[in-house]
Design a protein around this ligand. Structure first.
Ligand SMILES: Nc1ncnc2c1ncn2[C@@H]1O[C@H](COP(=O)(O)OP(=O)(O)OP(=O)(O)O)[C@@H](O)[C@H]1O
Length: 335
């Protein structure tokens, strides 16, 4: 397909995590989308897991930033530096610039899409192409995207939730909302601050969500409370508070409801034929948010459609992006 020795890669450039897929090898890199920089010179100090460990713990001279926000590039130069590092790390010493396929949320503007393509080129790609995230997720989840049957995929990532119905190799209807894992973390931190006067960091609220978060109020009652350390807003001193499953459920409920509303709206605008197919095959969840406890039950109850989680939900978009490298020649002609 390409010249001898050329490597082609797929990148799931996520708000929370970046995953790199190398053609012929599969997923070779999976790291948080975080960069630590010198506040003075802007020099990159660490990227990925090493930089993530620094969040909330940096001295004034270092800043740990997440250059992607809500599924799009928030800090262009830092995104370029991060991608450059990941591309080099994924390809090792192999020579030649790669062709790169990057996934983007469905709802982004032409300018935002252009920024992703430009950043990928500046980061070292011979050329860059984009694929819509839910389409990649559906391929990665093993859905029959090319068949004349409707499939529905809901990708709940860090920055965005992308919902789409797919049939005959294309997206039939889709919605993207900037409401996903990060919003849940923010809501938990806000709830804990308001109810317990306790200030907790981004990593602590995410850990609470993963450890004791549930989308179902009933199921949340059964979850054991955990001690959480933070700073008391009144005394200013470090302190420990017990946070329950119900606390976390209450904190995230509004965001979960917004995700469900988006799924319902997308279902409402599909043709009767596709809706019938979706009822037969069910809705498939991908992305890290699919791992939230009882999320399948609450979506199934609200939509009256069976819901399942793809195997390896965190990897689906990257696998689908990688798989789509096969069709890069066709996409080249279209762009
Ligand atoms: N067990 C879990 N329970 C709930 N949420 C989880 C769990 N594991 C991971 N997550 C959440 O999944 C999100 C990351 O998912 P993913 O890697 O699919 O997103 P992303 O691709 O980086 O984001 P986006 O697609 O929006 O750009 C984070 O918000 C993380 O907290």
């Amino acid at each position: 397909m390409f010249g001898f020795g050329e490597k082609n890669i797929g990148i799931d450039l996520g708000t929370a995590n970046t995953i790199v897929y190398v053609e012929g090898k599969g997923i070779v890199l999976r790291e948080p989308s975080v960069v630590a920089k010198s506040t003075k010179s802007g020099e990159v100090i660490a990227v990925g897991a090493e930089a993530r460990a620094m969040i909330g713990r940096t001295p004034a001279s270092i800043q740990a930033v997440r250059p992607m926000k809500d599924g799009v590039i928030a800090d262009y130069d830092t995104t370029v530096a991060m991608m450059k590092y990941f591309i080099q790390k994924a390809l090792g010493h192999s020579s030649g610039k790669p062709y790169v396929m990057v996934c983007v949320p469905t709802g982004i503007t032409a300018v935002e899409k252009r920024a992703v393509i430009d950043a990928t080129r500046v980061a070292g790609a011979r050329d860059a192409y984009v694929i819509e995230e839910p389409f990649a997720a559906a391929i990665g989840a093993g859905l029959p995207v090319m068949d004349p049957t409707g499939s529905m995929v809901v990708d709940i990532g860090g920055g965005t939730t992308d919902v789409a119905t797919i049939s005959l190799g294309g997206i039939v209807s889709s919605r993207s909302v900037r409401m996903a894992g990060d919003k849940l973390n923010e809501s938990i931190a806000q709830y804990v601050r308001q109810k317990y006067n306790l200030l907790i960091g981004e990593r602590t609220s995410e850990q609470l969500k993963i450890d004791i978060g549930s989308a179902s109020a009933d199921a949340a009652k059964e979850i054991k409370a955990v001690p959480v350390r933070g700073r008391d807003l009144v005394t200013g001193l470090p302190t420990t508070v017990e946070i329950s499953g119900t606390d976390v459920n209450k904190a995230i409920n509004e965001s979960v409801m917004a995700i469900i509303a988006t799924i319902k709206e997308t279902l409402e605008e599909t043709s009767p034929e596709i809706a019938a197919d979706v009822i037969d095959h069910g809705i498939v969840l991908t992305g890290g948010g699919a791992l939230l406890r009882n999320i399948t039950d609450v979506i199934a109850e609200a939509t009256q459609v069976p819901v399942s989680i793809a195997s390896d939900p965190l990897d689906c978009v990257a696998i689908g992006t990688g798989e789509s490298l096969k069709s890069i020649n066709v996409m080249k002609k279209k762009q």
